[in-house]
Design a protein around this ligand. Structure first.
Ligand code: PGA
Length: 243
């Protein structure tokens, strides 16, 4: 069973989120995909998604949370509030959070720890930039991000990792079979070295589409996908989820 995660980023209103979930539930009841579906709406749409999916097997959660349960943190998302509407998962360290919102390893490590303590599964995102790949630093960057971001994490609690080459996100450029194979093999090796379970799922993200999903899904240590653009329509999302 693979994890097929939809990262809606800053798209959809609550009404659009409800409509998506209605269509999704309708299609899922017909197709019965064998994979675990996961939705990351914007925080503003979380309650709408929860209304629709609470009693289904589809998981949902945050694109970002703060590492304190509550307090004077204007503009942040509260995991406690999310838990109250059934959030089970949260993205941490997406490259857009790292680059646009300047989130550093130290903060990401606190978020991973906090989520695990709350019983929420962190989906910890890592990936190299084009400059890092071209200067042959990919594996070094991945190792650094894993080591630092997971340094407060518990190997006994649940964790998902998502490898997303930054240059492949939203660009239509997909990493090649060999690049994905090498990176996932390496991420798996590093996770084992850090004491995490060999069953820790490693997702691939970056321009995943219905047309490339089956080939990517056949790569060893690819345990699912984190999908941006192609997750916004039920049809393309479910086409990927049916691989
Ligand atoms: P993309 O986004 O599928 O649009 O490339 C992936 C992501 O940012 O998680």
């Amino acid at each position: 069973m693979k994890i097929i995660a939809a990262n809606w980023k800053l798209h959809k209103t609550p009404a659009e989120a409800r409509e998506f979930c209605d269509q999704l539930l309708h299609q899922v009841s017909k197709i019965k995909p064998k994979n675990q579906l996961m939705i990351f709406p914007s925080a503003f749409c979380l309650e709408a998604v929860s209304e629709k999916l609470k009693t289904s097997s589809i998981q949902y959660g945050f694109q970002n949370i703060h590492f304190e349960a509550q307090g004077a943190f204007t503009g942040e998302n509260s995991a406690t509030a999310g838990l109250s509407v059934g959030a089970q998962v949260a993205l941490v360290g997406h490259s857009e959070r790292r680059s646009l919102f300047h989130e550093k390893d130290e903060v990401l490590a606190k978020k991973v720890k906090f989520l695990q303590e709350q019983g929420v599964t962190p989906v910890f995102c890592i990936g190299e930039t084009l400059a890092e790949r071209e200067s042959e630093r990919t594996m070094e960057v991945l190792e650094h991000q894993l080591r630092e971001g997971l340094k407060l994490a518990s190997a006994q609690k649940s964790l998902v990792v998502a490898y997303e080459p930054v240059w492949a996100i939203g660009t239509g450029k997909v990493a090649s079979f060999d690049q994905v194979e090498e990176a996932h093999r390496e991420v798996h090796r590093i996770l084992m070295g850090l004491g995490f379970s060999s069953a820790t799922p490693i997702l691939y993200g970056g321009s995943v589409k219905p047309e490339n999903a089956s080939q990517l899904a056949s790569i060893p240590h690819v345990h699912g996908f984190l999908i941006g653009g192609a997750s916004l329509q039920v049809e393309s999302y479910l086409a990927i989820a049916s691989v």
